[in-house]
Design a protein around this ligand. Structure first.
Ligand code: UDP
Ligand code: MN
Length: 241
């Protein structure tokens, strides 16, 4: 059997939520042997998301784990950490050893070919992420088939300068670690998580044709009022009807 891919999507209530999860969920229906963990940053599972999940017909788990109030008050809020941690716990307890864990934010865009790239991950596999930061792309730098450094617009002293969508982890490898966790530190979630796995550069499995292909994008959805600001004022409201 093919290894199962556990796709963890943190999400939270806002007007775009259903649109994001509909688009992403329908992409995921194209992928074999997948299990979607939709992890809400909220005190309870939203019924509208529950019915979407049932309609899609994918194997899924619906979780709700609100961010503790202390972190919400910070200047840089660690978005999606409480809910990703809950999903990580679930995968450690329920995931198959041969499975793979992949964090995919609700607003990202993905080419389904990426799932076959990550499917046979043993430790941690990596690839480039498009449309992110000042450099447009963030990618491991590969020499002789191994990761030697990172190309990223925000190095910030990180050992692993990668985006959440830029790697996948073998479930068996996670289970072997003493204390796999994700820190509540905005900007350092990926780096902290990978460090908690005791990962070294030479353990990284290079994917996407030696990290030369972009198959996932860190797209972001504009808030609705942005559109109104860019349009000229509407002089025809009602008075010409
Ligand atoms: N998120 C969350 N709670 C929040 C804010 C964000 O669970 O209070 C989720 C969001 O749905 C997304 C991920 O965390 O899947 C990253 O958030 P966002 O896309 O806002 O971050 P950015 O892409 O700007 O880094
Ligand atoms: Mn995002």
């Amino acid at each position: 059997r093919l290894p199962i891919i556990y796709v963890v999507t943190p999400t939270y209530r806002r007007p775009e939520m259903v649109a994001e999860l509909t688009r992403l969920g329908q992409t995921l229906t194209m992928v074999k042997r997948i299990h979607w963990l939709v992890a809400e940053d909220s005190p309870a599972c939203s019924p509208v998301i529950a019915s979407l999940l049932h309609r899609l017909g994918l194997p899924f788990t619906h979780l709700a784990t609100p961010m503790p109030e202390v972190y919400r008050r910070e200047r840089y809020v660690p978005r999606g950490v409480s809910n990703r941690r809950a999903a990580l716990q679930w995968v450690k307890e329920e995931g198959h050893d041969h499975g793979v864990l992949f964090f995919l934010d609700d607003d990202n865009a993905i080419d389904v070919r990426l799932f076959e790239e990550m499917r046979h991950t043993k430790t941690v596999s990596m690839w480039p992420v498009g449309l992110i930061g000042d450099y447009t792309v963030s990618s491991p730098v590969v020499r002789d088939g191994k990761v030697v450094s990172f190309y990223d617009g925000w190095p910030a002293g990180r050992k692993f300068q990668v985006d959440m969508a830029g790697f996948a982890v073998g479930v068996g490898y996670i289970k072997k670690q003493k204390r796999p966790t994700m820190p509540y530190i905005a900007g350092y979630e990926e780096d902290g998580f990978l460090k908690s796995l005791n990962l070294t550069l030479k353990d990284i499995e290079v994917r996407a044709n030696g990290c030369t292909e972009v198959l996932v994008w860190h797209t972001r959805t504009a808030k609705n009022p942005t559109r109104a600001i860019r349009l000229p004022p509407d002089k025809h409201t009602h008075d010409n009807i």
